[in-house]
Unconditional design. Sequence first.
Length: 83
Amino acid sequence: MILRAVKTAVSIPDELFRHAEALAKRLGKTRSQIYEEALAEYVARREPRAVTAALDGVVEEVGTDVNDWSARASRTALKRNDW
């Protein structure tokens, strides 16, 4: 699959730019990759169907019996604490 890219110019605060540059360097990615990933995540989080899909995934993972899930989660949390 060939993806076309569109070049665009945006203005961002200097400090945010510096943080993005440092992140790109630390991750070994290009500035474009960092901005593309950030924008894709931003858009996905605001897609109503994405929220529904994420919630459906949680229900599938933990099941629909909330009382059972709550009890298991409570036991797990209690095991982590020293009384």
